[in-house]
Write a protein that binds this ligand. Structure first.
Ligand code: GNR
Ligand code: NI
Length: 188
């Protein structure tokens, strides 16, 4: 278990365009493990490798990051007695992801980012998209995505291009966000 330091804006490394993974080796597996540890610790629902300073096209996502070690709720229906977990972890790994045919229809989510702490703003993005990616073995996968997963993967893909969600805001709102960050950092 290794939690790595998360880079925060305006760290220039966050503007790096990440490069494709070519070696599907143990070093990649360790990076992904550390990214999950870092994301769950934060906590967040996604993380791009560049956020821990590694400029490779690797993302992890878990829309259900709740701790399954948390107290299970006991429930008793239909005569059988079992434990009921509020949520289950659903870790997903995306190596060299690509977005295919994003929808024209947009959806708006209030986004946040572990690299822009405590700032939240509405961002419009294609509501659905098809995503192609590789897993840790290099096997190619493809899937249609919608809802929060579509939004989250597009937010993470932006990181691979050196783009933060605040770059989608007006210059005024982006500057307000950056000032707020700077102020919070000085106070800390
Ligand atoms: O934890 C996160 N929450 C989130 C909420 C709405 C849209 C995107 C995200 S991703 C973010 C974690 C992060 O910074 N990933 O890069
Ligand atoms: Ni982010």
């Amino acid at each position: 278990m290794a939690i790595r330091e998360i880079l925060e804006a305006p760290d220039p490394r966050l503007k790096t365009v990440s490069t494709p993974v070519e070696k599907f080796d143990d070093e990649l597996k360790t990076l992904v493990e550390d990214m999950f540890d870092t994301m769950y610790d934060a906590p967040g629902i996604g993380l791009a490798a560049i956020q821990v300073g590694v400029p490779l096209r690797v993302l992890v996502i878990d829309l259900q990051p709740e701790d399954t070690d948390a107290e299970p709720e006991e429930c008793d229906h239909g005569g059988h007695h079992h434990h009921h977990y509020p949520t289950k972890k659903e870790p997903r790994i995306f190596v060299n992801p690509e977005i295919l045919d994003p929808s024209e229809e947009l959806s708006t989510y209030q986004e946040g980012c572990l690299s822009v702490p405590d700032i939240y703003a509405d961002v419009d993005r294609p509501a659905t998209c098809r995503v192609r990616w590789q897993d840790l073995d290099g096997t190619v996968h493809e899937e249609d995505m919608e809802g929060l997963l579509a939004t989250c993967i597009q937010h993470e893909m932006d990181h691979l291009e050196g783009i933060l969600f605040i770059d989608h805001l007006s210059r005024l709102k982006r500057n307000m966000a950056l000032k707020k960050l700077e102020k919070a950092r000085k106070a800390a």
